[in-house]
Ligand binder design. Structure first.
Ligand SMILES: Cc1ncc(COP(=O)(O)O)c(C=O)c1O
Length: 424
């Protein structure tokens, strides 16, 4: 079989290692590993070529004309091709962070007078973007339970609603969005709209990663990834991406060019070469440990509740089984756990401080999806942008503790948790 055809018949696990063997962005005849390009600007052999590069910027092309790093460059383009392949999208555009991808996507889809309908539980900075920044541009936001279909339908009946935004698995409380139902309702509503007034679904798929869920297969329009997390995996790079319909590629690239939230080629290279090629293996190992840790916590007498999509006790276990599936068909409940101790906030603080001070394998730190196990208290850390009086509405108990499981031996993680639990 010709090497250029390999990608369509091989598992995404294999595609993540080899990508498009014959990338349009580089000549692979002599390189085993994609190169890292490090040139902010590119040599142009004629004014005509320079003018063509600018006039065709953002348009689909077989042979890109490289001009300037902030516009587009080869290593980043190779990363984008890989991300589009794994998320099953038409194209991907990368950014300097997950927030760069989210803000640029919303700025691309919305204008004054429009309305965003979003799930009530969102990553703290996304919440802040919707609450603090979009209203300045006269863009309204409505926070709802995205799985409350009646309320969603009512909002969709309003032609001002242009974006439905949510996380496929919510940060930090691991609710699962019913993608098929939601995209079905949006499709229905769009039948009554003109092509220029459509509502788009934008889904942050950072928690599951494409290894556990591919929202585009369920009819979602735009998928967001914070590459900083599991896809990068080692805690050394920041990055973000939107996987989008081809028709929006030009606008999204223009948003990146003009807002300037580019990923550094060095980071793009690390994510492409080390992150993507090892993501499936890391994710599966971290996930198998997460199940053991969740089962340990669930049985512990000092624990009030544990939320993990792999536990039968998860209130949406049926939805978890439906949506969280690897490209190879295995149930993939992920690497994130949320739990609460019995007792008050003081007890929670004592426990977390003890972990921070004495645990060898668990670190008190934000971020997630990394090779090191991380613990944090979202209400006071990652989600502190949500005001105290709104936290309840968001479903985030101040005592909720978030665990991101790493690659350590499960016995060590459980041992460290047990030791800290014994002290409270
Ligand atoms: C679900 C989710 N989306 C987006 C982001 C933002 O990503 P970044 O930190 O890369 O900007 C985060 C960060 O924690 C997140 O957890």
């Amino acid at each position: 079989m010709a090497k250029s055809k390999v990608k369509s018949t091989k598992s995404p696990r294999t595609q993540a290692i080899h990508g498009e063997f014959l990338s349009k962005s580089w000549e692979f005849s002599h390189h085993l590993i994609p190169p890292m390009t490090a040139s902010t600007t590119f040599r142009l052999e004629s004014l005509g070529r320079g003018a063509e590069g600018f006039s065709t910027f953002g348009a689909p092309t077989e042979k890109p004309i490289w001009i300037y790093d902030r516009l587009e460059e080869p290593t980043t383009k190779m990363l984008e091709d890989q991300l589009a392949l794994l998320e099953k999208g038409e194209c991907a555009i990368t950014f300097g962070s997950g927030m760069g991808a989210i803000s640029s996507t919303l700025m691309t889809l919305l204008k004054a007078g429009d309305k965003v309908v979003a799930h009530k539980t969102l990553y703290g900075c996304t919440y802040s973007l919707l609450k603090n920044w979009l209203p300045r541009l006269d863009i309204e936001n409505h926070m709802i339970d995205i799985n409350d279909f009646k309320v969603l339908e009512d909002h969709l009946a309003d032609p001002a609603t242009r974006v439905v935004y949510f996380e496929s698995v919510s940060n930090p409380i691991l609710e699962i969005a019913d993608l098929e139902k939601i995209t079905g309702l949006v499709k229905q509503a769009n039948k009554k709209r003109g092509a220029d007034r459509k509502t788009y679904t934008v889904v942050d798929n950072t928690f599951p990663t494409p290894w556990a869920l591919r929202p585009i297969e369920w009819g979602v329009d735009f998928v967001i990834q914070s590459l900083t997390k599991n896809i990068s995996g080692f805690g050394t790079e920041m990055g973000g991406a939107v996987i989008a319909p081809k028709a929006f590629e030009g606008l999204l690239r223009m948003a990146r060019k003009d807002f300037g939230a580019i990923i550094h080629p060095y980071s793009a290279w690390h994510i492409l070469v080390y992150g993507i090629s090892t993501q499936a293996v890391r994710f599966e190992q971290q996930q198998s440990t997460a199940l053991k840790v969740a089962q340990f916590l669930e049985k512990h007498p000092k624990i009030e509740s544990v939320t993990y999509p792999g536990l039968k006790s998860h209130s949406q276990f049926k939805l978890a089984k439906k949506y969280l599936v690897s490209p190879e068909g295995d149930f993939s409940p992920g690497t994130m756990i949320s739990f609460q101790l019995k007792g008050n906030m003081k007890k929670c603080q004592k426990f977390v401080d003890d972990i921070a001070k004495n645990s060898y394998s668990i670190t008190l730190a934000v971020s997630l999806g990394l090779v090191k196990t991380l613990i944090e208290v979202p209400g006071f850390m990652t989600h502190s942008a949500i005001p105290d009086d709104k936290r309840g509405e968001s479903g985030i108990d101040p005592r909720a503790i978030r665990l991101s499981i790493g690659l350590e031996n499960s016995r060590d993680i459980i041992g460290d948790l047990e030791e800290a639990l014994n002290k409270i």
